[in-house]
Design a protein around this ligand. Structure first.
Ligand code: PRP
Ligand code: URA
Length: 209
């Protein structure tokens, strides 16, 4: 079974509480989402593999460490996932970036695909799928299935806020995918929004409502 990790770092918790406030406007919301993504990236990459490397400092020769193993890719689920990309790339600047476009049908809440463009060598990379919100889990599950259908095998999912319903669905449908969560909230409301949540992440990042 996959790992489900709630990131309880005080800075992450503080910043998530900050952006839940409906009075926070687009500019600040976007900036803080990026900061949270960086902090989550830092925590979620703790287990990346290292190898020894010889270094000559101005003083002497020594053995240091450098990253080894699979190269990385970040794949945001459009639109809201875009808000997390720059924060991730600050820490892993050589990662490639793919895009998966999905929106939730407002009547059925089912994900509808409208775009998919991935790095050519995505199947040999470790892929971080990012989306601030995991609600029913439909969008995330569909995005991960799209990646698997293209041969990607090493996938992790990172979200800022999750509902228990989405986590359960992910564990049922993709038990091989580790999930990193900023806050595990209470439930979904009748419109499948996360409670207490932060509202519509895409609209708040892009100012579309
Ligand atoms: C939101 C969010 C997730 C999805 C979560 O996107 O960013 O992708 O809903 O809901 P789910 O777990 O029930 O599928 P939305 O469809 O609103 O699109 P947007 O990012 O373009 O606003
Ligand atoms: N999508 C969002 O942006 N927010 C929610 O609470 C649920 C789905």
């Amino acid at each position: 079974m996959s790992e489900v990790r709630i990131m309880d770092h005080p800075l992450i918790q503080h910043k998530i509480s900050y952006i839940r406030n409906e009075a926070v406007g687009t500019k600040e919301f976007r900036e803080v989402v990026g900061e949270i993504a960086s902090l989550m990236c830092y925590e979620a990459t703790r287990d990346l593999k290292l190898q020894d490397v010889k270094i000559k400092t101005p003083i002497c020769e020594t053995i240091g460490k450098e990253l080894t193993g699979k190269k990385l890719a970040v794949v945001p689920i459009l639109r809201a996932g875009l808000g997390m990309v720059d924060g991730m790339l600050k820490l892993i600047p050589s990662a490639k970036v793919g895009h998966i476009g999905l929106y939730r049908d407002p009547e059925t809440y089912e994900p509808k695909e409208y775009y998919c463009k991935l790095p050519a060598d995505c199947d040999s990379r470790e892929v971080f799928v990012v989306d601030p919100m995991l609600a029913t889990g439909g969008s995330c599950s569909a995005a991960i299935q799209m990646l698997k259908d293209k041969g990607v095998r090493h996938i992790r999912f990172m979200c800022i806020i999750a509902a228990p319903e989405g986590v359960e669905r992910m564990q049922r449908e993709h038990p091989d995918v580790d999930i990193y969560i900023g806050s595990l909230d209470e439930c979904l409301n009748d419109h499948k929004y996360i409670v207490p949540g932060l509202g519509d992440a895409g609209d708040r990042i892009f100012g579309t409502k």
